[in-house]
Design a protein around this ligand. Structure first.
Ligand code: GDP
Length: 317
């Protein structure tokens, strides 16, 4: 019988960007899934986390809820990012162990890695330094939650896994300029510049930083596979292993949107970490899988979705 059949699964953040794609995939597994809403269960309160678990009685919790965004929101709201992500995660794990959850899936982030490593980011290097200063508030919270997972296994026997995700993009991403990551931000800028006939588009930084971009639905597939197959407490990377410079990314988005103007690089905005690519040999081995969607194909799907749903996408904070 499949791992998911008749399981009760709670997806926190299930109405958000990644969460909606996880839920779409869960629909085909025969499980019963629940998406708690923030208005009803505010996970920054332990009692609310407890009530949520008492209500849904899940066997599996996928903790995808997060308050986060791209490089800019980390500069605007570092305190809120730190507090909400740390406390939500800590409360949910505490509630999970009180309510005998069988498997807790913690969604982590590549922002947890040390900020100045030269090579691809391998799991063994996770603890070897502080995250980059542009993302340290978010990155550290998830690292602390990985320690909570160790402590909770030791004292309470809670089984959990910690998945380190690279930069995601895709339909239903956040396109708001304060919060968006680079892919969504640039898609919006190029589509709007094309529509308005603007002669140039501002892109932040120097164009030299290297990032890895994972199509959100591939990421959802990886999370379900990992929930099923991965058992160890040590964090596991989820990515493509492919690096792309911001310059190349901007040029691809320009081509796919058909924008005829030019790019203006605004070097007063931060580059952030110069290179962020995950080392994914463990993911390949454990999941026996790798992401099927190329960056080009993913950009085409995302841009088509954005153009068709622009108003809804722009209004989402
Ligand atoms: P990061 O991976 O945490 O640094 O987050 P982002 O996805 O926000 O940014 C990645 C890179 O894209 C950084 O070097 C940014 O400076 C660059 N970038 C260029 N233009 C933009 C933009 O309009 N918005 C964002 N968020 N990043 C941009």
């Amino acid at each position: 019988m499949s791992f998911w059949k008749n399981k009760r699964v709670l997806v926190t953040g299930g109405a958000g960007f990644l969460g909606r794609h996880i839920v779409e995939r869960l629909k085909n597994t025969g499980c019963e899934f629940f998406v708690p809403r923030k208005k009803q269960f505010d996970f920054t309160r332990l009692e609310a986390a407890g009530e949520c678990l008492a209500t849904f009685k899940p066997q599996v919790v996928i903790h995808g809820a997060a308050y986060y965004g791209g490089i800019w929101i980390n500069q605007l709201y570092p305190g809120r990012i730190f507090y909400e992500n740390l406390v939500m995660g800590a409360n949910l794990m505490e509630a999970a162990r009180q309510h005998d959850v069988e498997k807790f899936v913690q969604i982590g982030t590549a922002c947890s890695y040390p900020g100045y490593l030269e090579n691809e980011l391998a799991e063994k290097d996770l603890w070897n330094g502080l995250p980059h200063e542009t993302v340290v508030n978010y990155g550290m919270t998830k690292k602390i939650l990985a320690i909570q997972a160790l402590a909770y296994k030791k004292q309470y026997g809670l089984d959990s896994i910690h998945l380190i995700l690279t930069n995601l993009y895709g339909p239903r991403d956040t396109f708001h300029p304060e919060r968006s990551h680079v892919v969504a931000a640039l898609i919006r800028k190029f589509v709007e510049a094309k529509q308005s006939g603007a002669p140039e588009v501002e892109v932040w930084g120097t164009g030299r930083p290297i990032r890895e971009f994972l199509y959100v639905d591939d990421c959802a597939a990886a999370i379900l596979l990992a929930a099923e197959k991965y058992e160890a407490l040590e964090p596991m990377n989820i990515g493509t292993g492919v690096g792309t410079s911001i310059r190349e990314l901007a040029e691809s988005i320009m081509q796919v949107t058909g924008y005829p103007g030019t790019i203006r690089w605004n070097t007063s905005k931060p580059d952030g970490q110069m290179k962020k690519i995950l080392e994914i040999s463990k993911m390949r081995r454990v999941l026996n899988w790798q992401p099927p969607t190329s960056l080009r194909a993913g950009l085409e799907k995302t841009i088509a979705w954005y153009v068709a749903n622009k108003e809804e996408a722009d209004n989402r904070l």
